[in-house]
Design a protein around this ligand. Structure first.
Ligand code: HEM
Length: 411
């Protein structure tokens, strides 16, 4: 036993990379390929300390296991100097930043009512919304695909799921874009503006919840308020935060994935032609490969709760360890020819890592898949000669990677 322990390398032996996580090279696949061949773990500077990044697929389960780690809670906000106020309260009440029994209590009513079957029923709706937006632009020259399509579709769908009137859509979309940062890193200079919007957004969601309590109408929100009442152990703030959380977690992610997947398909004319020829059979594969090739959530950070032995290293409790989704989705131990975009590949994993792993695995996966698949199929069907115009889109690094711009012409 003593010999095994002695043979283990320590936290200090993990190679350090002088990366700025906001620097584009931090998400360079060339760099990841090189690193992954040399070491399973790297340490990168983060704030006052460091974060360990795990680069290989075989390490994922161990890192997200509640036996070894926990999700970060409000400490992420405290590290940014946020100790109270609407952003802090949101983070303190939402399922994404909770652990154990508290996390389950918040997730269960959402999981029960935001179920796979219900989201599958949204397919015709997603197709109808995509068709509507395509027709607004078809044959009318280049347009801003990011703002006028990819941001619109998830917002219109979630607005419909929540029963938000079309007239409220502009202000609803403004709140989404103003407050999306609350989940990730908050720009200090924008904090006051974000908090004002979050306060208005919260009040609006409170009104929706009160309306469904008074007049249940068999939709998602009515079922959700009934499920929270039945469980009886959620505060009013928690009930609201899960709704706001669903809206925010599903907007930037789906939008950026939509842009990058369409772009990759159009960069590979043979694969685009295959999708155009058979959209119904290939839409799922196209969306999955887009999610693998350019995942929008870059990692799954956790905090170790005890000594964790991993790939020959002993990591102490209290360390931040993240699965690098960017690296693992290109791991040759899992994917043949991982650096190649190929919608025909047969080695996609049953639980796609782009949606995370473990207890916090994406609660909106079914909806995201429906939106991505129906959008790609509708464009392939109605605008088969679509092209990207001007500069190629680039993903900016970050916890959620965002597309800088993309102009598209539907034809
Ligand atoms: C392409 C689209 C999407 C991607 C790539 C994605 C990815 C992820 C990932 C990686 C996580 C886990 C984060 C972690 O463990 O730290 C997550 C969690 C979550 N996602 Fe998504 N997501 C997407 C779309 C959506 C949509 C459409 C919704 C809802 C409408 C949604 C709602 C959520 C929620 C509520 C959580 C927190 C789950 C929990 O903490 O138990 N996501 N997502």
């Amino acid at each position: 036993m003593a010999d095994t322990a002695a043979a283990l390398k320590t936290y200090n032996d993990i190679p350090v990379l002088d990366w700025d996580l906001q620097d584009p090279q931090a998400s360079s696949y060339v760099l990841f390929k090189d690193l992954r061949e040399k070491t399973p773990l790297v340490k990168v500077p983060m704030g006052m300390g460091s974060m360990v990044m795990a680069l290989r697929g075989r390490m994922v389960d161990q890192i997200v296991s509640p036996e070894n780690t926990r999700q970060l809670e409000t400490e992420m906000k405290m590290m940014q100097g946020i100790f109270d106020g609407p952003i802090f309260d949101f983070v303190a009440q939402v399922m994404l930043f909770a652990n154990g029994e508290v996390h389950q209590r918040r997730r269960q009513p959402v999981a029960r009512t935001f179920a796979f079957k219900l989201m599958e029923a949204m397919r015709p709706k997603a197709d109808a919304v995509a068709t509507e937006i395509i027709n607004e632009h078809l044959g009318k020259g280049p347009f801003d695909f990011l703002k006028e399509f990819a941001a619109q579709l998830p917002a219109r769908i979630i607005a419909d799921i929540l029963g938000i009137p079309r007239a409220d859509l502009p202000v609803f979309m403004k709140w989404i874009s103003d407050t999306a940062e609350s989940i990730g890193f908050v720009d200090v200079e924008r904090r006051a503006g974000i908090e004002q919007s979050l306060t208005d957004f919260n009040a609006y969601v409170d009104k929706l919840l009160a309306d469904r309590r008074a007049n249940p109408r068999g939709d998602f929100l009515s079922d959700y308020v009934a499920a929270t009442a039945a469980s009886g152990d959620m505060t009013e703030g928690e009930i609201r935060a899960q709704v706001v959380g669903l809206i925010l977690a599903g907007s930037d992610t789906t939008r950026n994935s939509m842009c990058m997947t369409l772009f990759q398909l159009l960069q590979h004319p043979d694969q685009w032609a295959a999708l155009v020829a058979d959209p119904d059979n290939l839409k799922k594969k196209a969306a999955e490969e887009g999610l693998r090739y350019e995942p929008v959530v870059s990692g799954i950070p956790r905090v170790t709760t005890q000594d964790m032995e991993i790939e020959g290293f002993l990591i102490p409790p209290g360390a931040i360890v993240a699965v690098s989704i960017l690296s693992v989705l290109r791991d040759p131990e899992i994917y043949a020819d991982p650096e190649t975009f190929n919608i025909h590949r047969t080695d996609q994993q049953r639980w796609h890592l782009a949606f995370g792993a473990g207890a916090h695995r994406c609660a909106g996966e079914a909806l995201a898949r429906v939106e991505l698949e129906e959008t790609l199929a509708a464009i392939a069907r109605l605008a088969p000669n679509t092209r990207v115009v001007g500069q190629h889109p680039k993903l900016q690094p970050g916890a959620i990677r965002t597309v800088d711009q993309i102009q598209v012409e539907f034809a």
